[in-house]
Design a binder for this molecule. Structure first.
Ligand SMILES: Nc1ncnc2c1ncn2[C@@H]1O[C@H](COP(=O)(O)OP(=O)(O)O)[C@@H](O)[C@H]1O
Ligand SMILES: [Mg+2]
Length: 388
């Protein structure tokens, strides 16, 4: 919704003479005005009248004073630019009001020309802020639309290459299949990057739509693992899957969990050399204390997490070159890649782990990484079990 410009000004002043002088000066300068003789009335008008976007607010008034009115406004979603009016001796209070969010203040007695100048300045400032926000929103909308629309042609490219790879357009030899598959993998990596980018943004602005349902994790993990075990085989990496029987259910968004695993396994593949090993495990912990004690202090824990009696642990371990201990925390920040293995050289934008963290946290879980330089890395996710 477009925000309106502050051409109607609310005068909040209990002394009728001052209120009248303000009204005449402001209307003479082309503004519309409204008047409230006390704080309560002011809040009522601001609630009812969408056109009032600027208020001249007296500090000292009977009943709810100006400071309280300002506080209540700042705690509401009503967006009003406020100029305080302080009587002699209450300048300190006026400065306090600026800290709470007033735009400016006038000391009584004031010269009307000075008052008009300050009103005009507050109005221009407000307009500039509105315009800046509009441009930012426009840029954001454009970026989200562009990112989203880039996925369609990528999907079409994958479809065409896949037809060729399957030999439906004529025979292809093994080497050609390998090349075509690696083209498909690269396209999928771009799609994953776009999805990560879009979802991180959605999480940040609170617009991520998740469909949290109860699942047995086995089927989801097996499906992603099958896809990556083929890729590992192509790269000469051993792939080990260890899923314990009789796992309890977890409450997750299926697509998001698939993408979390896809990101972790994609990283493991990217950073593990030929001849190495990637191991995925999924187990249930009824006595989770030893694992809980491994959670690093910087991990954000949901309330009551340490009291959980049953947790599902999902881990992805590899024998790659590892991550230095001082970077184990920062790799979860967006656009961050470890200095030890130049992810940039291997592609990637430093978004995958950031998505994983936001998504795991949205399931009420925790994720962290453990690693010893040269010894590989392990990513551990703990999720609460759904009570049976
Ligand atoms: N399994 C791993 N082994 C070594 N380093 C890793 C591993 N997983 C992640 N990293 C480090 O963390 C960084 C961030 O990972 P991620 O957020 O997935 O971004 P990207 O894969 O796009 O670089 C990687 O660039 C890499 O430096
Ligand atoms: Mg990645």
């Amino acid at each position: 919704m477009a925000q309106k410009t502050p051409d109607k000004i609310l005068i909040v002043e209990d002394e009728p003479d001052i209120a009248l002088a303000l009204k005449l000066a402001l209307e003479g300068a082309g503004y519309e005005t409204a008047w409230a003789g006390d704080g309560e009335k002011a809040l009522q008008i601001l609630q009812d009248d969408d056109d009032c976007h600027l208020a001249l607010l007296d500090i000292r008034m009977p009943g709810i004073d100006g400071v309280e009115v300002l506080k209540r406004l700042r705690n509401s979603d009503r967006d009003v630019t406020v100029i305080m009016m302080s009587g002699h001796g209450s300048e300190e209070l006026a400065v306090e009001c600026i800290k709470i969010g007033a735009e400016d203040y006038l000391s009584k007695p004031f010269v009307l020309d000075d008052m008009l100048q300050r009103v005009e300045r507050a109005r221009s400032h407000r307009l500039a802020v509105i315009e800046k926000k509009r441009l930012e929103q426009e840029r954001e909308d454009f970026f989200m639309m562009l990112s989203h629309d880039m996925k369609n042609p990528m999907t079409a490219v994958i479809g065409s290459i896949d037809i060729m790879r399957e030999g439906r357009l004529g025979p292809v030899n093994e080497e050609q299949v390998d090349y075509l598959q690696s083209a498909i993998d690269s396209c999928n990596e771009v799609i994953l990057m776009i999805d990560n980018l879009l979802d991180i943004r959605r999480f940040e602005v609170g617009k991520m739509q998740l469909s949290i349902q109860t699942y047995n994790p086995v089927e989801i993990i097996r499906k992603v693992a099958a896809q990556f075990s083929r890729a590992a085989e192509r790269d000469g990496i051993r792939f080990v899957l260890d899923i314990k029987d009789d796992l309890p259910a977890i409450a997750v968004d299926r697509n998001a969990l698939t993408r979390i695993m896809g990101n972790l396994l994609g990283n493991a593949l990217k950073f593990t050399p030929e001849g190495g090993e990637i191991a995925v495990s999924c187990s249930c912990m009824y006595q989770p204390a030893p694992l809980l004690s491994r959670i690093p202090t910087y991990a954000a824990l949901p309330d009551g997490f340490m009291d959980q009696k049953c947790l599902v642990a999902l881990t992805v371990r590899d024998t790659g070159n590892g991550i230095p201990s001082d970077e184990l925390k920062t790799i979860f920040d967006r656009y961050t890649q470890s200095s030890s293995n130049s992810g940039r050289e291997r592609g990637g934008a430093g978004l995958g782990l950031s998505f994983c963290k936001l998504a795991v946290e949205s399931f009420g879980g925790v994720i962290w990484a453990e690693s010893e330089a040269g010894q590989g890395s392990e990513f551990i996710i703990l999720l609460p079990c759904v009570k049976r």
